[in-house]
Write a protein that binds this ligand. Structure first.
Ligand SMILES: [Zn+2]
Length: 319
């Protein structure tokens, strides 16, 4: 057990501060400004600098080298968002980033540069003096300012963070054909082509969800599913976080249902249809390698409500 005195003068104990904060065993000052189960952002229990944020993760690893490309991408997005908020809310217009591999649990310090740091040349070399000075000069007034900054950052995060829906997509591909579904009239995306899949229910794994949705939407029983990566699709008001599975093994023939029809369709023919959802983009020549070959992929697609593509990030991972 480690023991330290927090910024409010209370003794706190922990085995690993990073793990305890990630698991909500140790609640950081002012609570979490962001927490998605993998990444959390919060104030540091020991460092009383206004707007000072720590980006932590729920894995007990020490190096960025131990993360996969999806995790690194997610960290970079949240890091960017945190810095953006610190600047936008005028807490500071410059930050220092600090990450030490000697810390046993990966985290990044996001240190806003304040005017009073000038006597330390705003310099990362003087970080110890900066922190000591902040501790020695931490008054009740400073405490209020610090808590207010946390609230401000939290509010901005909640304003910007859209609802995230965890879901799956199952690509059944054989001889340049794929099983696609087309939504029927009453669906919000009526007449659009999509890949079978849906929401992950409680008590099921992503793979089980993929098998179940495939059965519900196409009547096919699929087997030997391979996890291929992560596809994030961001709409103006919501974000889908898809686990993507690939297989070429199935039993039965695609059937039609009241919600949707389903069929085997030639990939180029499918891509030439007028109404296709952005989940089909991975079937494009340029991206299909991540789906069909051994690599995992990470794909982020930003779209408007009419499926116009606004932004794409695509990475091939190794693990
Ligand atoms: Zn840990």
């Amino acid at each position: 057990m480690n023991k330290v005195i927090d910024i409010f003068g209370n003794e706190i104990t922990f085995d690993c501060m990073g793990c305890d904060i990630a698991n909500h065993k140790l609640i950081p000052p002012g609570g979490y400004v962001y927490d998605d189960g993998f990444i959390n952002v919060s104030a540091d229990p020991e460092i009383p600098i206004e707007g000072f944020m720590v980006l932590g993760i729920n894995k007990h690893i020490k190096s960025i080298n131990e993360l996969n490309s999806m995790e690194r991408n997610k960290i970079m997005d949240i890091l960017n968002k945190t810095i953006e908020i610190i600047k936008k809310t005028s807490i500071s217009n410059e930050v220092m980033l600090i990450q030490e591999e000697k810390a046993k649990h990966f985290h990044i310090w996001i240190v806003p540069i304040h005017k009073w740091m000038e006597k330390f040349q705003n310099n990362v070399r003087n970080i110890k003096e900066i922190i000591d000075y902040a501790k020695q000069n931490f008054t009740k007034q400073k405490e209020l300012e610090l808590l207010k900054a946390i609230e401000t950052i939290k509010r901005e995060f909640n304003k910007n963070v859209k609802e995230i829906r965890k879901a799956v997509r199952c690509y059944l591909v054989k001889d340049d054909k794929v099983v696609s579904i087309k939504y029927n009239a009453h669906n919000k995306k009526a007449e659009y082509y999509d890949i079978p899949g849906g929401k992950i229910e409680k008590n099921e794994t992503p793979k089980q969800a993929a098998i179940r949705e495939m059965k519900e939407e196409t009547g096919l029983t699929v087997s030997n599913l391979k996890y291929k990566g992560n596809m994030i699709i961001e709409y103006p008001d919501r974000i889908y976080d898809f686990d993507v599975f690939l297989t070429n093994e199935c039993n039965g023939k695609p059937q039609n249902f009241s919600e949707n029809t389903s069929e085997w369709i030639d990939i180029p023919t499918l891509l030439s249809k007028e109404k296709i959802l952005s989940s089909l983009m991975i079937l494009n020549n340029f991206y299909i390698k991540g789906l069909l070959e051994d690599n995992n992929f990470y794909m982020y697609i930003k779209v408007d409500e009419n499926e116009n593509i606004l932004d794409v990030t695509y990475n091939l991972g190794k693990n």
